[in-house]
Design a protein around this ligand. Structure first.
Ligand SMILES: Nc1ncnc2c1ncn2[C@@H]1O[C@H](COP(=O)(O)OP(=O)(O)OP(=O)(O)O)[C@@H](O)[C@H]1O
Length: 416
């Protein structure tokens, strides 16, 4: 510790004198609790006891080194699927240790994995203990070799494995699922492997090949969106993110009610509360009121939308502007638009933005990516006798939110 002129360390260092206890924050006591990546401890997990128990029953044998069942967890985003999977894996690992067994647990975010080799590399690296003697390079070996090294680590170091594939529908194909689920049967590895697949696409199962379906079994759990009371408890359990007396009494109930009404997504509810706190903090206020919540809500949605489309080509934003222009100029019952109608407005948007337009086919591709991300939805319509089929699309977000993604988005004439 730095000593001062009078020789005492108690006086503190004048360099940091202006820094108050708690970092000088009068709104947040522990903002970390409202971070989306924050994993709450068991006492803060609300309303998922049954899912936790059911999942533990299926994968439980792994704690003794016996074959676990594989499971698919379905549900809309923010319904606690990853949380439950991580929580159960963590407890399984501890229990396995207590019974002197070695359980490998690892999660792969398939949305981040760049193909099969990358996914297998992530799994192998995640469970490779220091000193195993097996090297997992980031490149330079074939996909097959990654699998071989994964089997080697499992056989040498573990008695069983639980592998979670988050956003499994984002994998290019089901090779990974197939090879992992069949590895023991195919004699590649001695260790039993359980796979927890997570998806927010309820039709995901239909996309899998018959072989994978039969290897994964039929254990499926559905996660329903949270209701208002559950969301209120989830938020109440994180109240200590704020300093005492900062939150007005109505803020948590109102956040929960808004979230329940719109989506039942815990992630969005937590984020909204954080934004309201940020609003108060940035404006030098030491109180968070219901009024701040309203201001924060739109900002939170704009951020989420930007995040969702961040991975898409820039023209996807112009397609969204086209849809937002069309939606803002029609009644609630007429918000489905044919691809050709969207394309006409998209061309006007491009003109206003000073960009060259892409072909109708490219726009079709962008519309299906937007539908995949649930920013829009698409329908196949039948035009009647001899008229073939055509697609219609609908914006799932408020046009006002879409228009706030940029400071000056193109608003065009949509006369039809
Ligand atoms: N039951 C719950 N109790 C407390 N916090 C929760 C609960 N469910 C979700 N959360 C919180 O909400 C956020 C989103 O949860 P989680 O990632 O588990 O959702 P998900 O269903 O896996 O969503 P996605 O499909 O988008 O990945 C996390 O910060 C998590 O901590």
């Amino acid at each position: 510790m730095q000593e001062h002129g009078d020789g005492s360390a108690e006086a503190g260092d004048e360099l940091f004198q202006a820094v108050e206890e708690g970092g000088g924050d009068t709104v947040f006591a522990n903002r970390e609790l409202l971070n989306i990546d924050h994993v709450p401890d068991e006492a803060r997990i609300v309303g998922r006891d049954e899912h936790i128990r059911d999942l533990a029953n299926e994968v439980g044998p792994a704690v003794t080194g016996s074959p676990p069942n594989s499971v698919i967890l379905y549900g809309k985003t923010g319904s606690g699927k990853s949380l439950v999977a991580n929580h159960v894996m963590e407890r399984a690992r501890t229990e396995s240790q207590r019974r002197s067994n070695r359980l490998a647990t690892v999660t792969v975010d398939c949305a981040q994995a760049k193909g099969e080799a990358d996914a297998v590399q992530t799994i192998a690296t995640g469970i490779n203990p220091p000193g195993s003697g097996v090297d997992i390079p980031t490149r330079g070996i074939s996909t097959n070799e990654y699998y071989n090294r994964l089997w080697e680590i499992l056989d040498r170091e573990y008695d069983a494995a639980l592998i979670t594939l988050d956003e499994v529908d984002r994998l290019d194909d089901d090779n990974v699922l197939m090879l992992l689920s069949r590895a023991r049967e195919a004699g590649k590895v001695d260790v039993p492997i359980g796979i927890i697949s997570i998806s927010n696409k309820v039709n995901f199962r239909e996309q899998m090949t018959e072989r994978v379906k039969s290897s994964l079994g039929h254990n499926e759990f559905i996660f329903d969106p949270y209701d208002g009371e559950q969301l209120r408890q989830i938020l109440e359990n994180r109240r200590d993110a704020f300093c005492d007396d900062v939150l007005d009494a109505g803020v948590i109930p109102k956040t929960a009610a808004l979230a329940a009404q719109r989506h039942g997504d815990a992630r969005k509810a937590i984020r909204l509360l954080r934004h309201a706190g940020d609003y108060a903090k940035n404006n030098g206020l030491d109180e968070v009121t219901e009024d701040h919540l309203e201001r924060a809500q739109e900002q939170a949605e704009v951020e989420r939308l930007k995040e969702l489309i961040a991975g898409l080509p820039p023209h996807s934003k112009y397609v969204l502007y086209a849809l937002a222009n069309l939606t803002a100029n029609t009644g609630p019952e007429e918000d489905w638009f044919r691809t050709t109608v969207i394309y006409d407005v998209y061309q006007k948007v491009c003109e206003a933005e000073g960009a060259d337009d892409l072909t109708t086919d490219s726009i079709r591709g962008l519309l299906s990516e937007l539908a995949f991300l649930e920013v829009t939805e698409s329908n196949q319509e039948h035009g009647g006798m001899g008229k073939g089929t055509y697609k219609e699309h609908r914006l799932l977000w408020e046009p006002s939110v879409v228009f706030k993604m940029d400071p000056d988005p193109a608003q065009v004439d949509v006369e039809r």
